[in-house]
Write a protein that binds this ligand. Structure first.
Ligand SMILES: Nc1ncnc2c1ncn2[C@@H]1O[C@H](COP(=O)(O)OP(=O)(O)OP(=O)(O)O)[C@@H](O)[C@H]1O
Ligand SMILES: [Mg+2]
Length: 273
């Protein structure tokens, strides 16, 4: 169901320039139009349940989780290892489907739209940031940031390569890494790699940013600079949901959600459950 990039290679774009091309997977042109309405809730989860089958055994990774996130909120999701945080983020990012319950993203019921429409929703409106950065080692910093533009040909058609390049440069400026444009990921520090990953997540101007332990691989000072960047993006209007064990990051979130054994045990917008 999820789009996975296997690889990207450079091809000749004429006049001595090169351009990236995806290889390894066909990306269907998405025909359904999803009109994103300006609604007050970015996320409405009602009774989300996800049961994994492992051998003959069932693991109830999420069990009836309900909460709402307003547009523009900064939300932290906390809980012990195995409590269901990544499972929840995968559902919110349309990377996986719930076995029970309903999920509305910006007013669209995810279970009621077809797979192509879900792909488009994920591609155009949701940004992802992961603990281990997920950068492609063979590509430059600039190419890594531009990579999601290769999925969105309706946004960045090939004749607009220049605007894709310019957008990637603008985002590198935004995360203060313009001077590292032509470097490869292995030449960067952990904090720099995470800033590149954040810039990449912003390429298609998402409304919702989902981050799974974005400071998990960083020392505390570097983690702080990532927290500040996320705060700035949130002040600019981006809705952010971040899974974290980092107490500083959890504390700055205006809205905190706690999970235990797949159940929501606390939502700071409600009473203790
Ligand atoms: N693909 C899978 N198949 C079977 N069980 C799974 C699968 N993915 C996760 N689980 C189980 O579901 C439960 C929740 O896992 P999840 O990865 O969501 O936890 P988490 O809160 O993100 O933990 P961590 O803090 O360690 O990342 C765990 O018991 C885990 O073993
Ligand atoms: Mg996890």
């Amino acid at each position: 169901m999820a789009c996975v990039v296997f690889d990207a290679k450079r091809c000749d774009a004429g006049a001595g320039r090169t351009r990236l091309k995806l290889v390894g997977e066909n990306f269907p042109a998405v025909s359904n139009d999803i009109k994103m309405e300006t609604l007050s809730f970015a996320v409405e989860a009602d009774g989300l349940t996800r049961i994994y089958k492992r051998g003959g055994e069932e693991v109830r990774a999420l069990d009836g989780v309900s909460f709402r996130v307003r547009d523009g909120e900064f939300v932290s999701i906390v809980g012990a290892s195995g409590s269901g945080k990544t499972t929840l983020l995968n559902l919110l990012g349309c990377m996986d489907a719930a076995d029970r319950g309903t999920l509305r993203l910006a007013g669209h019921e995810v279970g009621a739209i077809n797979e192509r429409a879900r792909t488009r929703l994920r591609r155009d409106h949701i940004g992802f940031v992961f603990q281990h950065f997920g950068l492609m080692p063979t590509l430059t910093v600039h190419e890594n940031v531009a990579l999601p533009g290769l999925f969105g040909r309706r946004i960045w058609p090939s004749r607009h390569q220049k605007s894709l390049d310019a957008r990637a440069d603008e985002l590198l400026e935004r995360v203060s890494l313009a001077h590292r444009r032509n470097h490869r990921p292995h030449e960067l520090s952990g904090g720099e790699m995470q800033r590149v990953a954040i810039a990449r997540s912003l390429l298609n101007t998402p409304r919702l940013l989902l981050a799974d332990e974005p400071t998990g691989d960083l020392d505390s000072a570097t983690g702080e600079s990532i927290i500040e960047l996320l705060q700035e993006l949130n002040r600019d209007g981006l809705t952010i949901l971040v899974v974290t064990h980092n107490t500083a990051l959890a504390a700055i979130a205006e809205h905190q959600i706690s999970l235990r054994d797949g159940r929501l045990i606390q939502d700071s917008t409600d009473q203790m459950l």
